[in-house]
Design a binder for this molecule. Structure first.
Ligand code: GLN
Length: 546
């Protein structure tokens, strides 16, 4: 029997609901249950694919090619279960379905309304998961009280009624702000938030109270009393020094046992959390540290690089070192002198150029790649970071001085990077044109690649056939392969048909690798991605101490 756990948030956004859901998922999994996590996002975009990273943070890509919310990254990293298209929906997607049905005439003459048609569509999304796991954890994006969330709250209220309290549980995540003048944590916003939730007919049975310091037992009792919740189900959720500590702290506060209790299930013996303990031990007791310069243009919102930050941390866990990330804003170097980039990157042990879109900041990234090549500093280029390394190699080592990308405004020059117009997906041809829609039309999701025997990447992966997740519109032009390879920049990974370059590396450098895909999406704390493990190792060996 599948049980459903709905997680809502109140008081403020960015409370870490996604992380809480992921941590609870991991705890239930450690107790031997099969879990599935999904997210309902109340915004009108069909998916976050067309949103700016500054708006939404990272777009997490699944194997089946969905562009999804970054919380799905937490779910996957914490549970190890690969996320899929059907684990995330939005108001935009729900309405798209409803309107398509209306046009088809599926509603048989009815007036199409939010209740029941939109709410039914939301319930179908949830119900489709019945039977797929012991527990389905369903996070509702946004904050209770938002206009946009209402149809979702109504849908989960109805769903809860339909399956009954033995199969549905509502957990509400709130904040207890600390007011320095009063010297205490305040419970009133939590009381109001629960009241707001009750006003739409949802009675939470567990409260996760986020706070930056210890919550007094008296305060917890007060919340229980005013919010009509069992005392032992008001659970303190204090800030943790590492996100990987969250499952351990929530377990200590009794979250997983209380969830089982709410469903009338026996908690039994404690779960084995030793793998989490080991990760936390390593994070807290590093044997050294390295600093990686991340040269990108979304650096003032580090959520834009969520999975990347995590993957670098995982590479550190694997090598028992702490990884400091130094974000370097690439747009500052577009016009700046080479000295500026030298100054900004001086002392880093490795340079990583992550994914990105558009021309702004591109020249800065090319300068970073050049600095890494010339100074023999480990360089890791991801997606755009590969494309910019190709332009750097072409311009400065292969004699193609006007090498450029069709993604840039000025269309003159030699296009080593061009719009991808045709590729193969599952034996079917995909075609794209310049005029196509922007949403969902990139080369998205898992694609296989064949690695060159004897190459550095083949050694790192310990394999020659791999599969990785993509999200890009442009590609490196294979026709320049020979010219680039003669200059020491080899194409060590290709699509199986040999048409699309997937990985390039320099043979004249200790560690210089660029990949067209996003390896960070598949890295996990207990299963670090081999490229990140190897990159951090190279950064340590490089010995340029901070
Ligand atoms: N802008 C580049 C492209 O679309 C790279 C995309 C990325 O880095 N994810 O191909």
């Amino acid at each position: 029997m599948t049980r459903f756990i709905f997680i809502t948030g109140g008081v403020v956004s960015s409370l870490g609901k996604g992380l809480g859901a992921a941590a609870l998922g991991a705890l239930l999994q450690a107790r031997g249950y099969k879990v599935r996590l999904c997210k309902l996002d109340p915004y009108l975009n069909v998916d976050p694919g067309t949103m700016s990273p500054f708006q939404h943070g990272e777009v997490y890509v699944t194997d089946d090619g969905a562009e999804t919310d970054l919380d799905l990254g937490h779910y996957e990293r914490f549970t190890g279960n690969p996320a899929s298209q059907n684990d995330n929906t939005t108001t935009g997607r729900i309405y798209t379905e409803v309107l398509a049905k209306e046009r088809r005439g599926d509603y048989l003459g009815a007036t199409v309304q939010v209740i029941p048609h939109v709410t039914n569509e939301i319930k179908d999304f949830i119900r489709e998961k019945d039977g797929s796991a012991d527990f389905v954890l369903c996070e509702i994006g946004g904050t209770v009280g938002d206009i946009e969330s209402l149809p979702f709250l109504e849908a989960i209220r109805q769903f809860g009624n339909e399956v009954g309290r033995e199969r549905a549980l509502f957990i509400h995540v709130t904040l207890l702000p600390y007011i320095p003048a009063a010297g205490e944590l305040k419970t009133k916003p939590t009381q109001h938030s629960v009241k707001e939730l009750m006003s739409v007919g949802i009675r939470p049975r567990i409260l996760l109270c986020r706070a930056d310091r210890e919550i007094d037992a008296d305060e917890l009792r007060k919340i229980a009393l005013f919010c009509n919740i069992d005392e032992d189900k008001v659970i303190p959720a204090l800030d943790a020094s590492s996100i990987y500590e969250v499952p351990l702290t929530y377990h200590k506060e009794g979250l997983d046992a209380q969830v089982l209790d709410a469903f009338g299930m026996e908690a039994g013996k404690d779960p084995d959390l030793s793998k989490w303990e080991q990760i936390v031990r390593r994070i807290k007791n590093p044997e050294g540290e390295v600093t990686i310069g991340v040269v990108g243009k979304y650096t003032n919102l580090t959520d834009s690089y969520k999975s990347l930050n995590e993957a670098l941390c995982h590479g550190g866990i694997a090598n028992k070192v702490k990884v400091n990330i130094k974000f370097v804003e690439s747009t500052l170097f577009d016009e700046g002198s080479d000295e500026d980039i030298v100054h900004a990157l001086n002392g880093v042990n490795g340079i990583l150029v992550p994914g990105g879109f558009g021309e702004r900041g591109a020249e800065g990234k090319i300068k970073a790649a050049r600095f890494a090549r010339e100074k023999k500093i480990p360089y890791f280029g991801i997606c755009y970071g590969l494309q910019m390394a190709v332009l750097e190699a072409a311009r400065h080592t292969a004699g193609i001085e006007d090498a450029t990308s069709t993604e840039f405004e000025d269309q003159t020059g030699t296009h080593l990077i061009g719009l991808m117009t045709e590729w193969t997906k599952d034996n079917k041809k995909e075609k794209r044109g310049n005029e196509d829609d922007m949403g969902g039309t990139m080369r998205l999701g898992a694609y296989p690649a064949s690695l060159k025997k004897g190459s550095k990447v083949a050694e790192i992966y310990g394999a020659t056939d791999i599969s990785e997740r993509h999200r890009h519109r442009y590609e490196v032009n294979i026709n320049y392969k020979d010219q680039l390879e003669e200059s020491g920049f080899i194409f060590s990974g290709l699509s199986p048909d040999g048409a699309l370059p997937e990985i390039c590396e320099r043979t004249d450098h200790p560690w210089f690798i660029g990949v067209q895909y996003h390896p960070e999406l598949k890295s996990k704390p207990f299963d670090p991605h081999p490229l990140f493990t190897s990159f951090i190792k190279a950064a340590m060996d490089q010995g340029r101490l901070v």
